[in-house]
Ligand binder design. Sequence first.
Ligand code: CTP
Ligand code: ZN
Length: 156
Amino acid sequence: MKDNNKKKLKLKVSAIKDGTVIDHIPTQNLFKVISILGLDKIENQITFGANLESGKLGSKAIIKVSDRFFEDDEINKIALIAPHAKLNIIRDYEVAEKKVVGVPKEITGIVKCFNPKCITNHEKMTTRFRVVATSPIALRCKYCEKHTVGDQIKML
Ligand code: CTP
Ligand code: ZN
């Protein structure tokens, strides 16, 4: 197949002029990513695709947000649910920069403490964790000091 045609076949979601393309999101976490980044509360043009073919992931999702550029600590919030996400910063139709998602040092909200006795599971309050390891990810609760690790990590 001609390179040009390959490119067209790949482009399942239209190109954008300026903004951010978040690629390689696990399809099952697409809507969590949208919610964590607050994309459901902004007026920018957003397009997305889900269940797209991806070599590495099997199936992936992609989100394109026009005229929105994220700070690193905003985007790092999705590290727990989309650790292999790739960001492409688009300016005037060209990929101006590529970034990967990093695991943040602290996680506020988003995750539930694994300890059933933890105060955060009984009172209406924001959970807070320190990231103490990355592979697998281990979180230490600021309230009860217990660790929530790997598969124990559940989103609120
Ligand atoms: N993209 C876009 N709008 C543009 C330019 C690029 O939506 N004006 C998207 C492409 O569809 C692609 C991503 O941004 O999903 C990265 O573009 P590019 O680096 O050209 O694609 P690839 O070479 O396939 O990069 P990678 O393998 O990193 O996905
Ligand atoms: Zn706790």
